[in-house]
Design a protein around this ligand. Structure first.
Ligand code: GAR
Length: 209
């Protein structure tokens, strides 16, 4: 993904706290991820992730859905912001809205999402709690290519997390977030190395070298 023009440029879409964004920023700073966060975009003005971006010297942009009459125009504004910042790869990290075809078509096969459950189980905005309340013994984290539906598209990587006897939903959340923060930068590094391909609905990871 990276070429003579420099490291892979990631555009991160958020709606909230941005701990996954922070994990990406930290992985880059620590040399575990050969990339640059080119821009952070939030649909919510008060998302703490925008503050994290500013602290790291990364352009932080609020794109307000209510400023656009249509979903298409809103998504076109997101696309244009990503293109303005010369983004190579889009990483949704707690972005809690559907993504429009305007963005998906501008970055074909280059939009990723992270979800805190083992998809296709427990999609949606409360995957951790839904799995916990279902009584599963194993849940986890999924990183996948995105499509126009919530939490859907070719799965790149999954990591399992056990629900231990006596775990509270808060304890499970903490375990899952720790796994997310390790997995997302790792998958982004695979993307940067050009190791991830998709055939139909199956994503494949090539071995090193
Ligand atoms: C993360 O757990 C992410 O997997 C989840 O939102 C959280 C954002 O946390 N995404 C979804 O549920 C998508 N369906 P963060 O803002 O601290 O990174």
């Amino acid at each position: 993904m990276s070429d003579e023009s420099g490291p892979m440029r990631i555009g991160v879409l958020i709606s909230g706290s941005g701990t996954n964004l922070q994990a990406i920023i930290d992985a880059i700073a620590e040399g575990r991820l050969d990339a640059e966060v080119a821009v952070v975009i939030s649909n919510l003005e008060d998302a703490y992730g925008l503050e994290r971006a500013r602290k790291a010297g990364i352009p932080a942009v609020h794109v307000d859905r209510t400023a656009y009459t249509t979903f298409a125009a809103y998504n076109a504004a997101i696309r244009d912001t990503l293109l303005d910042h010369e983004v190579d790869v889009v990483a949704m990290a707690g972005y809690m809205r559907l993504l429009g075809v305007e963005v998906l078509d501008a970055f074909p096969g280059r939009v990723l999402n992270i979800h805190p459950a083992l998809l296709p189980a427990f999609p949606g905005p409360s995957g951790i709690r839904d799995a916990f309340e279902h009584g599963v013994k194993v849940t986890g984290v999924t990183v996948h290519f995105a499509n126009e539906n919530f939490d859907e598209g070719p799965i790149i990587a999954q990591a399992a997390v056990e629900v231990a006897e006596g775990d509270t939903v808060e304890a499970l959340e903490a375990k899952i977030h720790a796994v997310e923060h390790e997995l997302y930068p790792r998958v982004l590094q695979w993307i940067a190395e050009g190791r991830v391909t998709v055939e139909g609905r199956i994503a494949r990871i090539a071995e090193h070298g």
